[in-house]
Design a protein around this ligand. Structure first.
Ligand code: SF4
Ligand code: SF4
Length: 413
């Protein structure tokens, strides 16, 4: 089913919204409903609000915007809905409608989108941030509290150690011409998860795949798509369709990016986009198929797995990470939290809605206190940054790693 976000109220996908029979079965799975206990912060409440907005029955008020903005786009509701309501596409369309009627809502997103979709700009920012960290300025500002308590301080508190950006286009050797895999690095992984990108290259090579990362790739478009700028998101998606020509499987460093790539089929609605989406795989699942080729050293450590919503509810392969890491001898694998609810990172929510986001993070931090793991792993960079910042505030030094980083560290040379 192709659901293109609207360019006018008349184009809002009311037929898909009408699939919701208001049964409420999704409510116990919705983190924002469980947090607020308010119907307007539930999936069916938000669907009703969007239906009212699109048909002109209700006005676009600040309160209505808050209810729709509060949605984490975690899609836990979609995963359990018996009527197969395409909630993720609906909330994207609803936010596009809000932005169309009040463009000021998305003004701040435009420069961020430009930054994320231009590698030279990102690298320049990365160089500045490295300088900021290495010069001692970061320590000074953190100690002095000069950044205050607003969004700048929140963003700064999320900063991981920035490494020199890794090359994304290195080729590796394949067993045969059929074993190519294309790597989607995303807009921040080469800066803030450089070790994970290197790890992916080493692991895929060890399993006999030629991993290639097209240099022409750009941002997956998730921030624009979920933030109410569907035209920009579609432009980025079309660009990636060209950059990832061919028929090799596509793996994304971040599960959030992987979920967006999968959504291209719905966003663009073309046969080409559907073929592209059909090539998207979880990297852990692909490596798992050849895991017997990995020569791994034992690791005597307790490793807690955080399954991102995108891996759970969109890619729908929550066990791949655990199954792959289980190949490390002597490792003890734990679940960070058995209910696998959203940690609150949710795109930019952890910056724009810090209090709600921290409330959702608290059960994860409590689990970390209780389990006392040596490592936490997460396949999504947003979750990793949010978890790391929360752990630091908690006085914990438990590292949060990409699962491929942990696995590659155990590769025998
Ligand atoms: S979204 Fe699905 S599960 Fe939730 S109320 Fe509607 S039909 Fe029921
Ligand atoms: S996407 Fe997540 S936060 Fe939004 S309504 Fe569905 S379950 Fe709730």
């Amino acid at each position: 089913m192709a659901i293109v976000a609207p360019t006018s109220a008349a184009a809002f996908p009311l037929a898909e919204a009408d699939l919701c029979v208001k049964c409420g079965l999704c409510l116990p799975h919705c983190p924002t409903y469980l947090d607020a206990r308010n119907e307007a912060d539930s999936p069916r409440g938000r669907i009703a609000l969007m239906q009212g907005l699109a048909t002109g029955v209700i006005d676009q008020t600040a309160k209505l915007e808050l209810h729709l903005d509060g949605c984490l786009s975690c899609r836990a509701c979609e995963a359990v809905c018996p009527a197969k309501v395409p909630y993720g596409a609906l909330i994207d369309a609803g936010r596009a409608l809000l932005a169309e009627r009040r463009p000021a809502r998305v003004r701040a997103l435009a420069p961020l989108s430009v930054l994320l979709s231009h590698r030279p700009l990102r690298r320049a920012l990365g160089a500045l941030l490295r300088l900021y960290q290495r010069s001692g300025m970061q320590k000074l500002l953190r100690r002095s509290g000069a950044l205050g308590r607003g969004r700048i301080a929140r963003l700064e508190g999320l900063l991981p150690q920035i490494a020199a950006a890794t090359r994304v286009d290195r080729p590796t050797i394949a067993d045969s011409a059929n074993d190519s895999v294309q790597l989607f690095v995303g807009c921040v992984s080469d800066l803030v998860e450089a070790e994970a990108v290197d790890a992916a290259a080493r692991l895929f090579a060890a399993c006999g795949y030629a991993l290639r990362s097209p240099a022409a790739q750009t941002c997956c478009g998730a921030l624009d798509q979920h933030g109410g700028r569907p035209a920009t998101a579609r432009g980025l998606a079309a660009h990636n369709l060209t950059a990832f020509a061919g028929d090799a499987p596509i793996v994304a460093m971040a599960s959030g990016c992987g979920a967006s790539l999968l959504d291209y089929a719905t966003m663009l609605g073309s046969a080409e986009a559907r073929r592209f989406a059909a090539r998207v795989r979880d990297p852990a699942r692909l490596l798992l198929a050849r895991a017997e080729r990995l020569q791994l050293q034992p690791l005597r450590a307790r490793v807690a797995i955080h399954v991102p919503c995108t891996q759970q509810n969109v890619l729908r392969d929550p066990q791949a990470t655990r199954a792959l890491l289980a190949h490390i001898p002597q490792i003890e694998l734990l679940e960070l939290e058995s209910d696998q609810r959203c940690c609150g990172a949710a795109g930019l929510n952890f910056v724009t809605q810090p209090q709600a986001s921290d409330r959702l993070l608290e059960p994860k931090l409590a689990a970390a206190r209780r389990l006392q793991p040596d490592f936490i792993v997460s396949a999504n960079i947003g979750c990793s940054l949010h978890l790391s910042a929360g752990l630091r505030r908690d006085g914990s030094t438990v590292p949060v790693l990409h699962p491929l980083t942990l696995l590659a560290r155990q590769l025998r040379a």
